[in-house]
Write a protein that binds this ligand. Structure first.
Ligand SMILES: NC(=O)c1ccc[n+]([C@@H]2O[C@H](COP(=O)([O-])OP(=O)(O)OC[C@H]3O[C@@H](n4cnc5c(N)ncnc54)[C@H](O)[C@@H]3O)[C@@H](O)[C@H]2O)c1
Length: 317
């Protein structure tokens, strides 16, 4: 395959690139390095089947020009930060919805028909059914991030119907693993490095969350693309378990040998749009023969070990 990966320098996108190259594909990576890191592409850049384009998805002309000769797009670039939507409401719309529209238009101009999309469990808002299946009642939105991703899903499905595209839409829980630099494990570790005696926790610590290891996530994506052949293929990606934020704190502090005082901001939600309980029904994906290899606890410790060995990833960009 000749694959185009948006967000190629990001946490998940850079692993997708490495995996596709390892499987013998040719890859064009596209990134504006707003949160991506050149270091994550070191391995890829040593491969002559990798070509990097530094560009912005909002620059439709550059995007269109970069996509020539491609036969599959993995669209991972986004504003992936869920928490700060209400501080800059335009950002999710631009980076997640308009950027997705630009990707689809560039595909149409280049006669590329296959797209895999990194969506999110946040599109379910605060669902009534838990574990939440892909067929849950049409969700009420609680975050601008979720709303912008759901709009992206809608555009993709409409392009499938209107222009004969084929899509694989993946609703991820929170992803963990090597190269991870944003999310609660990074926030907590950054705080504990600055002050090992105290940890500030958003919410009451009883929020129940699901996590998935990045290589399990990519295995699932590639399995679904191979084995699921509808025009619009939608999959939840997570594990069959969840944990409390407090469990995560317990595992992390035990690993670090610390006993900090915990300061809770209080309430069942850490921020506006935070879902107190995220647990997705992933049976549609497991029926294709995929299984995650790491538990949540193992994935959290793997992530922490990576951050301990690579503190530079914690530097704010
Ligand atoms: N990490 C998670 O837990 C998680 C969970 C659910 C969904 N997702 C989705 O998975 C995808 C990847 O997330 P991630 O955690 O790797 O995020 P990330 O921030 O590490 O990666 C995003 C990449 O996209 C690039 N980018 C952003 N805007 C761009 C633009 N306008 N033009 C070109 N490049 C641009 C960034 O520079 C970065 O390299 C995102 O779509 C995110 O919404 C992530």
């Amino acid at each position: 395959m000749h694959v185009f990966v948006t967000g190629c320098a990001g946490f998940i996108g850079s692993h997708v690139v490495d995996r596709l190259l390892a499987e013998g594909h040719t890859v064009v990576g596209y990134d504006n390095f707003s949160t991506g890191r050149a270091e994550f592409l070191a391995e890829a850049r040593a491969c002559d089947r990798f070509h990097l384009v530094s560009g912005d998805l909002l620059d439709a002309a550059t995007l269109k020009g970069a996509m020539g000769g491609v036969d599959h797009v993995f669209h991972l670039a986004a504003n992936a930060d869920v928490r700060f939507g209400i501080e800059h409401p335009w950002k999710d719309l631009e980076q997640n919805t308009i950027a997705t529209f630009n990707v689809l238009e560039a595909m149409r101009a280049n006669a590329v028909r296959k797209v895999a999309f990194a969506s999110t469990g946040s599109i379910y808002g605060e669902p009534e059914i838990v574990p939440t299946p892909e067929t849950a009642p049409f969700p009420v939105q609680t975050s601008l991030y979720g709303a912008s991703k759901l709009a992206g899903e809608g555009l993709i499905a409409a392009y499938c119907e209107g222009f004969g595209f084929q899509s694989w839409i993946f609703r991820f829980v929170s992803i963990l693993g090597e190269r991870y630099g944003h999310g609660h494990v990074a926030d907590f570790y950054r705080q504990l490095l600055a002050n090992p005696g105290e940890l500030r926790v958003l919410g009451d610590g009883h929020q129940r969350k699901s996590y998935l290891y990045v290589h399990d996530c990519i295995d699932a994506m590639l399995t679904a693309i191979q084995r699921s052949t509808e025009n619009v293929n939608i999959f939840n990606l997570g594990t069959n378990e969840f944990c409390e934020v407090n469990d995560s704190i317990r595992w992390m502090t035990a690993h670090l040998g610390l006993r900090p005082t915990l300061q809770y901001s209080g309430g069942p939600r850490g921020w506006i749009g935070d879902s107190p309980f995220i647990f997705l029904d992933c049976s549609k994906m497991t029926k294709l023969g995929w299984q995650p290899t790491l538990t949540i606890q193992e994935a959290i410790i793997r992530t922490l070990e990576f951050l301990q060995a690579n503190r530079w990833v914690l530097d704010k960009r």
